[in-house]
Design a protein. Structure first.
Length: 560
């Protein structure tokens, strides 16, 4: 690996190494320092900043491998998607809200014991009064989309959007892994692990909101990875264009570096993050983490390219545009998810501002003041939520799946609905594949050490996504939270596993026996993961099994 613009030359005695193209060795402090000398050619600088293109022989597999893993995951998610044929767990809120959206564009109250009628396809319990809810509309609009396609009385329709985006997420994660690690094998491994993990399967087979949070956060991460390469290509092009006829660049052009213009992938990330926040406010943590991460990537690009004041240049010439490309775009997208609330005349708190005039904030449109008040009361609800629940799970317990959430349980006696044992059970439990989750927790901890020791940007990126989905919940130990919230960071946990597997496999150029040994270990890991998923699948998909067989799946007492 060649030294970068700020790499320190080894202090041991001996001949001085040759500086890279575009740099000369200054006598002060033996550091590579950019001079107004020969600039990198565009192709050479792109190779330095991004790396070489993938071989043509692998380009087919670049798309085929993610597609195959998504196909596997789609089958596990869509087959028997309509079972059980009734509202389960928090579907009682979000599915009924989605139906209300189809009728009026906002949430309305339901009469007592509305679930029984709703399960029968009878919707007469919907009332005309607005309902107070504490989650933004985007996820419920997605649920409503499936109901619009397949009918409001179709349990398949209720869960269609969650299953669809959960399947697409497998494809996206495989592509992200390929881009991060430049390996089709590792990309396929990431897709396969996500496809067969039970926690992800349960979330995709149930109409809750957290699966949508995961999808949009992963989409934003993928867009920022594309922006990272796009920004570096632009930097290479601008620097090469600054060279004069003699092939030299003026010193002032290398002080802070060039402007890079509007970054379209960054705008796409802003839209995805706005949709993420528009599903649940926990998406705000992904916006903060990814915004900082993208600016740090820009700093490193300018440093690698030889910009003298790379940090200030990245803040001034990248950071401000990054903020404008992501935060206002995310805010506008978020507000757009509230269109139904704005358009309605009697949605909850829609006219609060008219009844509560303000001299200090009267310049703000009443609709926005009303929405702000609505948000302030919802925030108070979220931070004060501390009611007890049998499946409440402190965030620390997520590391070991200490308390998975039971979404559905139905017991049968011998002879009931085909039960051939003394007792049978049909259950949906959000317990993940133990090898993936326990191995994933260890992999995350290992990557912390890798990042500290090597400053590997890939480890830092994975940890940033994982931390955005996990760390904020540590600050609410008294709040009622559940293990299924962890779906938001699961893709990054899987990326951590895959990065460790990549280290085991070794890199191109290692001895053949080393690569073969690593491939065998990876193959064994994936085979065991698939076998465990096959074993646990009945408790993820509400299949009827004997009670004794169900107990064999409850490895920890806290899983019951």
């Amino acid at each position: 690996m060649q030294p970068t613009a700020t790499d320190t030359v080894p202090a041991e005695p001996g001949p001085s190494p040759e500086p890279p193209a575009g740099f000369s060795l200054k006598p002060r402090r033996t550091r590579w320092v950019a001079e107004p000398a020969r600039v990198f050619t565009r192709s050479a600088l792109e190779a330095r900043l991004i790396g070489g293109p993938a071989p043509a022989s692998l380009r087919l597999w670049f798309w085929l491998a993610p597609s195959l893993t998504a196909l596997i995951g789609g089958l596990l998610r869509f087959v028997r998607l309509g079972q059980p044929p009734s509202l389960i767990f928090d579907e009682t809120y979000y599915v009924k809200d989605a139906y209300s959206y189809l009728q009026s564009g906002y949430e309305r109250n339901w009469a007592d014991k509305a679930n029984d009628l709703f399960n029968q396809g009878v919707f007469t319990s919907l009332e005309n009064t607005p309902e107070y809810v504490v989650h933004p509309p985007m996820g419920k609009w997605l649920i409503a989309f499936g109901m619009c396609l397949f009918g409001p009385d179709s349990t398949f329709g209720w869960r269609f959007s969650s299953a669809l985006l959960g399947t697409i997420a497998i494809f996206v994660l495989a592509l992200v892994a390929q881009k991060l690690f430049r390996s089709t094998i590792l990309g396929a491994a990431a897709g396969l692990l996500f496809a067969v993990d039970g926690h992800a399967i349960v979330q995709s087979r149930t109409s809750l909101l957290d699966n949508f949070v995961m999808f949009f956060a992963l989409l934003a991460f993928g867009a920022l990875l594309m922006d990272r390469d796009d920004g570096r290509r632009r930097l290479a092009a601008r620097l090469s264009s600054l060279a004069g006829a003699d092939g030299r660049v003026r010193a002032k052009d290398l002080l802070y570096g060039p402007w890079l213009g509007i970054r379209w992938w960054r705008l796409a990330a802003g839209v995805a993050l706005g949709l993420c926040i528009g599903t649940k406010w926990s998406g705000l943590f992904f916006l903060a983490a990814f915004g900082v991460l993208s600016v740090l990537w820009d700093m490193n690009a300018r440093r690698t390219a030889g910009i003298r004041y790379w940090m200030a240049g990245a803040v001034w010439k990248d950071g401000l545009l990054a903020f404008a490309s992501m935060v206002p775009v995310a805010a506008a997208t978020y507000l757009a998810t509230w269109t139904g609330w704005f358009a309605a005349k009697d949605s909850y708190d829609r006219h609060w501002a008219e009844s509560n005039p303000s001299t200090a904030w009267g310049w703000i449109p009443d609709s926005l003041r009303s929405l702000w008040h609505y948000h302030s009361t919802a925030y108070s609800f979220h931070t004060g939520l501390g009611s007890d629940h049998p499946y409440k799970a402190n965030a620390w317990s997520w590391f070991v799946m200490g308390r998975p959430t039971s979404f559905y349980v139905k017991n049968f006696e011998n002879g009931d609905a085909g039960c051939t044992a003394d007792k049978c059970i049909s259950a949906i439990t959000s317990v993940g594949n133990p090898l993936i989750w326990w191995g994933g927790s260890l992999a995350v901890l290992f990557l912390v050490g890798v990042w500290i020791a090597k400053r590997d940007w890939r480890a830092g990126a994975i940890l940033a996504g994982w931390a955005a989905g996990f760390v904020p919940w540590l600050f609410y130990p008294e709040r009622t939270i559940f293990f299924f919230y962890a779906i938001a960071y699961e893709p990054f946990m899987i990326l951590a596993i895959v990065m460790v597997l990549g280290m085991v496999m070794g890199k191109v150029g290692d001895p053949p026996w080393r690569r073969q040994q690593g491939a065998v270990i990876i193959g064994l890991f994936l085979t065991l993961a698939v076998a465990l998923s096959a074993y646990f699948y009945p408790v993820w998909a509400a299949e009827m099994i004997s009670y004794d067989y169900w107990r064999l799946h409850m490895w920890l007492p806290s899983w019951i």
